[in-house]
Design a protein around this ligand. Sequence first.
Ligand code: PMP
Length: 415
Amino acid sequence: MTLLTPQRQLLADAALRDRARAVVPGGVYGHMSVLKQMPPSYPQFYKRGEGARVWDVDGNEYIDFMCAFGPMIAGYANSTVDAAARDQQLLGDALAGPTPHFVELAELLVDTVAHAEWAMFAKNGTDATSIAVVTARAATGKTKLLKARKSYHGANAWFTPNPAGVTAADRANIIEFDYNDVASVEAAVAEAGDDVAAIIVTPFRHDGLTDQIDATQEFAAGVRAIATRIGAALILDEVRTGFRLDAAGAWEKYGVRPDLTAFSKGIANGYALAAVVGVDAFKEAAASIYVTGSFWMGGVSMAAAVATIGILRDGGVDAMFSAGDQFRTGLATQATAHGFTLHQTGPVTMPFIRFDSDESLEQVFAFTDAAIRRGVLLHPWHNMFLSAAHTVEDVASALERTDEAFAETRELFPL
Ligand code: PMP
């Protein structure tokens, strides 16, 4: 393994950034762009990944705690998943119709996710949340959609956080409430009159920049009871959390089951796939809506998903929690030893870090920059991700380097 030094170079990366800027609007866009608000050492372009590691285009190796922002869940280049995908690839991906994996995967999701009685497939998380919303409207004949303030549910016109190119009419049917505040959900319901199609909510609050906060039992049970009372759908957006908390459903721990759940990111270990699952009461409505996409029936990602979910059910989720525990405990010990108060929030499989009294993010930027230069890919203001491929050795090796990164940060910010 090549240990990185603080002097490592990003020459090929810089050249690709220049070329991208010339021919791609904004260079690299979306959540993977490092142009805005990222430490200077963060690479933009990668050559390959294996297990819990990635290599940038300059050949630098990183233990990766971003997991492609979620899609990687069983390890980069996982041999079981890739063999399943390759077998189907040799037969064809987009064919004249779906492959048997379509049915097999729907059966597997119905068997795995507690409330699921049917499943539909698409490609991205935004597809899945959109299908869920349109299904809810078709089922209820109602219009309004209740969502938590700052919660992200996709890049379409009604959910995007960025106002560019979006009209007021696109958002006219959204009413917001505060996460974990049942009274504010009731206020949103009152504002909507008798016209709520759905309440959409993430299993815990993961808005970025602020501490992650788990849903309270009262909130989970509260939104469930309200949706049932007013005849609206409860949509659980598990696009980010899917299979990283509980394969049976994130709110199973509370005994709370949604009507519809949206999945994407981790379900096929990096192959493009999304799924919506639901209860029988919404099956007819789901069959009535018009949703489709040129690539949605492709067999490769469905074969990959069947293999991925198999790995996750077969100890993968437990492995992820154990790696996450090891990482969180290690970081906490190191932070204390270096005199920092580090806030680590959210489930250990989706960690978020924040330094105390660091509103400007200077300290967390310095720390993540120092870690990245030592070959540990961390994020300064977005939740990170563990995978079933993070071994005890990977985490221990990452922790050796974060200890140095804390020391370097302390030199920059003396006590
Ligand atoms: N919902 C949530 C909770 C998400 O985190 C995301 C993606 N970050 C989406 C929906 C949209 O998914 P995608 O980017 O795949 O369209």
